[in-house]
Design a protein around this ligand. Structure first.
Ligand code: NAP
Ligand code: 8YV
Length: 317
């Protein structure tokens, strides 16, 4: 008796792949690699396994008459056409909360890295430059002003960490959070003008595309730093490179990019930039927890059991 068929919409994390293979036959991106085989396979697909970046468009969903769920390994699901999934009666799930601490830790780590020039200092010592004299002074992080673009699960966790550094907290989001105790600004530009470190942690997709643009960077100013742990699409990358080169802003620390894994070469050589390879949730503990939850969601969907963490748009279903 062959195992039920699951379509992997992208290269899956090994922890998720391993959990699936114990119960399902996983077809790795067959819709992209072998259209003829996929035509035979499509009616047998009971679920789609995806990552936070993978594309699950409407035309793919339309070809999966027996798919019971799209399970995303990640909290972000901006690559999934959720309205189309809903039209086809296919719920979408993701992995919120289990990664919040790690992503907030890395965000704070990037604030400290760019403010205190830690990676640059590491290079300074490794290049044997210390004997020629002390490294340049950096920026104090404790007591500085933190601005959070997107005060959701992870944004709130970043705020809690920043408070531990005695930082003042201000934020912008689609809606004010009166209970937060933080200062609300109605736009990213208004917020940027009031802070030293601006941290982007919103979802990706059309609603936040280039939310951080030249105007926001201008408002952040020559003593301001940008940290992006959201999605590459949230920042106008060309405007950012210009702002970094011209000194419009002091520096930037980036974990996500517009065309991953391709990072603009212009960013590689800029001294006031810290770059990480979309690793905010990349710890053994968290990736295992994400795999466990993504598998639980997929297995529940495929077997008709209640879903653990459907995306907000699918909660009513
Ligand atoms: P969440 O709890 O849903 O929070 C999202 C926040 O963004 C909410 O406060 C929301 O505002 C705000 N927001 C949405 N659209 C906005 C807009 N157009 N303008 C301003 N604010 C907007 O999600 P989360 O769990 O914190 O995750 C947030 C995102 O982080 C994910 O979607 C993903 O893209 C990214 N992420 C990245 C990594 C990484 O590896 N770098 C890892 C995990 C997550 P309202 O509250 O007003 O709706
Ligand atoms: C994932 C992320 O690692 O959860 C998200 O939205 O960006 C990361 O945690 C990435 O999506 C891989 O699936």
């Amino acid at each position: 008796m062959s195992k039920p068929d699951v379509l992997a919409a992208a290269k899956l994390h090994p922890f998720f792949q391993k959990a699936l293979e114990a119960h399902y036959t996983v077809h790795d991106r067959t819709h992209l690699t072998d259209p003829a085989a996929f035509a035979q396979l499509a009616p047998r697909i009971v679920a789609v396994a995806a990552t936070g970046e993978s594309q699950v468009p409407a035309d793919l969903l339309a070809r999966l008459p027996n798919a019971k769920v799209v399970s995303v390994f990640g909290v972000g699901y901006d690559g999934v056409d959720v309205p189309a999934a809903i039209r086809h009666g296919i719920p979408v799930t993701h992995t919120p909360d289990v990664l919040t601490d790690d992503v907030a830790d890395l965000a704070m780590g990037l604030v400290l890295s760019i403010g205190r020039t830690i990676p640059q200092a590491d290079q300074f010592v490794r290049q044997g430059r210390w004997p020629q004299g002390p490294i340049a002074l950096a920026r104090k992080v404790s007591g500085a002003r933190m601005g959070i673009v997107g005060l959701g699960r992870i944004g709130s966790a970043i705020a809690r960490r920043a408070q531990g550094f005695g930082m003042s907290i201000a934020y912008t989001a689609r809606s004010e959070k009166p209970g937060s105790g933080y200062t609300y600004y109605p736009s990213a530009a208004a917020l940027a003008a009031q802070v030293d470190f601006l941290v982007a942690i919103t979802p990706g997709g059309a609603g936040t595309r280039h939310l951080i643009d030249a105007k926001v960077l201008q408002a952040l100013g020559p003593r301001g730093y940008l940290v992006n742990v959201a999605r590459g699409s949230v920042v106008d990358e060309a405007a950012l490179v210009e702002a970094l080169k011209s000194g419009t802003i002091a520096g930037a620390a980036l974990d996500v990019f517009a065309d991953e894994p391709n990072v603009p070469q212009a960013l590689w050589t800029l001294p006031n930039v810290v770059l990480t390879p979309h690793m905010a949730s990349a710890t053994h503990e968290t990736r295992q927890a994400m795999a466990d939850l993504a598998f639980a969601n997929l297995h529940a969907g495929a077997t008709g059991a209640p879903l653990s963490t459907p995306v907000p748009e699918c909660t009513a279903r």
